[in-house]
Design a protein around this ligand. Structure first.
Ligand code: NAD
Length: 483
């Protein structure tokens, strides 16, 4: 296990080096609360060095590489990730606490991002436009230049793949600032990238605290674009800092995503999604299905079936590989428990809870998956992102009320609609204020191919799918007057 742990170093250009301040940060395993390794505590000077390394790469070998060669490098990186799949999955599980099977799925997705964008790198092209007589007008998609990528701890590997692969495919040079709570697979991918031949400086990785390294990245004038994935409050800070340099940003923020179940739905098909969408990653998923809205006619039946499933859920360490792992740290556990305590005081006791398995390490940050019934639509449990395995259920009487409840939060990331009525499927697909709508399924973000991103407090800009390639490029228009 120790052999695969990355050293507490940052990647700047071709070199792995300690942070300039010489300090490091302990990394805690959420499954047992013990420190198991350290990462470098990068700060402003390290971000600055990384920006210069990225700029040098753009002016050098990386900037001259044709799109097809960028694609080949990404494809090679996809294979390298697959070759190290087992080690990367173990590392991700230990770092985040997620069950090993979830970590394995995340590493498969990481490889898939590099594969997808490797294939797409040489397929982005502009247009010729009709214009005045005597002119030829063309558009080109060009890289922004140096892109900054601030990523969260809940899916470090997947979100790295999602944001980095598309940026590199378009020819940007990247500086990545992963989260201090979980970033080890990000560092490993940096090693693999150099190993498959990415030119130095194309990818730079600076670990460190958000308020130090992250804030320094957001404020640095050397970036041409910043992609931020994290909480809405931090996103606002990053936007404010980037605005001072007039830099464009992509904001992938939080969610309070509803699943709507109508009386005519195939409940058997829906059940695993209703439960899985909130239990996955201990509810620490931006697109978690954290609200369950059920038509009154079938509410009692659906709730008792969902409750049955919740009661059978087992929580344990990442190695135990059960239904649900711990949450990321002590303060997150306290936050989730705070929501449940307040709900109880307001008269909304848990309707059903999973069990923390025997032999679970005592120091871990475990929270039993919890179903809370009859939550009023304006209660904080139905409004705020808990970011834990807590499902808030509410009944609705008709389509109008269902839509009002579904749209009745500040967020708009993902929504699921369960109904056999074709007209209703389309009305809701149109009426839901959400970046993604799933009908008779729920993808918690969906596959690599599907553009993803929020509206309202969930953010703006799109990643994933082909759309991300446009998000990571600047469109140039060239008008040639030839007489
Ligand atoms: P966070 O906002 O606390 O941290 C995200 C990243 O920002 C981390 O790398 C952190 O170090 C950095 N950061 C912290 N303070 C900063 C500052 N002042 N300036 C710059 N960077 C700073 O979020 P989190 O707790 O790591 O992640 C959970 C949140 O992320 C949830 O709200 C979740 O919904 C959201 N999220 C969204 C998506 C999406 O695609 N929409 C995906 C995953 C997570």
């Amino acid at each position: 296990m120790t052999a695969m742990l990355p050293a507490p170093l940052i990647l700047v250009g071709e070199s792995w080096r300690p942070a300039q301040g010489g300090q490091s940060i302990g990394v805690i395993n959420p499954s047992d609360g013990e420190e198991f390794t350290r990462i470098a505590r990068g700060a402003a000077a390290d971000i600055d060095a990384a920006v210069h390394a990225a700029r040098a790469a753009l002016d050098g070998a990386w900037g001259r590489l044709p799109a097809v060669e960028r694609g080949r490098l990404l494809t090679r990186l996809a294979y390298a990730v697959q070759d190290h799949h087992a080690d990367l999955a173990r590392l991700e599980a230990m770092d985040t606490g997620k069950p090993l099977k979830q970590a394995k799925a995340d590493i498969t997705a990481l490889a898939r991002y590099f594969e997808y964008y490797g294939g797409a790198a040489d397929k982005v092209h502009g247009e010729t436009l009709p214009y005045l007589d005597g002119y030829t007008v063309m558009t080109f998609y060009e890289p922004f230049g140096v892109t900054g990528h601030i990523i969260p701890w809940n899916y470090p590997a997947q979100i790295l793949g999602r944001t980095l692969a598309a940026a590199l495919a378009m020819g940007n040079a990247a500086v990545v600032k992963p989260a201090e709570d979980a970033c080890l697979t990000v560092l490993k991918v940096g090693e693999l990238a150099l190993g498959v031949g990415f030119p130095p400086g194309a990818i730079n990785i600076v670990t460190g605290y958000g308020e130090e390294a992250g804030a320094a990245l957001a404020a640095h004038p050397g970036f041409d674009h910043i992609s931020f994935t994290g909480s809405p409050d931090t996103g606002a800070l990053v936007q404010a800092a980037a605005a001072r340099n007039n830099k464009p940003v992509t904001m992938e923020l939080g969610g309070k995503s509803p699943q709507l179940v109508f009386a005519d739905a195939d409940i058997d098909a829906a059940l695993p999604f209703l439960v899985g969408a909130i239990v996955q990653n201990a509810g620490q998923t931006c697109s978690a299905g954290s609200r369950l809205l059920v038509e009154a006619k079938v509410y009692d039946d659906v709730l008792s079936r969902v409750a049955g499933r919740f009661s059978s859920l087992q929580v344990g360490s990442s190695d135990m590989d059960l239904d649900c792992g711990p949450v990321i740290n002590r303060s997150q556990k306290q936050r989730v428990e705070g929501f449940l305590d307040r709900a109880k005081k307001d008269g909304f006791a848990p309707r059903a809870q999973g069990r923390i398995a025997p032999n679970t390490p005592p120091g871990g940050y475990y929270v039993a998956p919890t179903l809370v019934a009859d939550v009023p639509p304006l209660h904080e449990l139905a409004q705020d992102e808990v970011f834990g395995p807590v499902l808030a259920a509410t009944r609705f009487k008709d389509d109008a009320e269902a839509l009002a409840f579904a749209n009745g939060t500040a967020y708009g990331l993902v929504a699921g609609v369960w109904t056999r009525d074709g007209g209703r499927q389309h009305r809701f697909a149109k009426g839901l204020k959400s970046g993604q709508v799933f009908v008779n399924n729920f993808g918690a973000g969906g596959g690599v191919e599907l553009p993803f991103g929020g509206v309202r407090r969930s953010g703006f800009g799109r990643e994933k799918g082909f759309e991300a390639l446009y998000s990571f490029s600047a469109l140039k228009t060239v008008a040639v007057r030839h007489g």
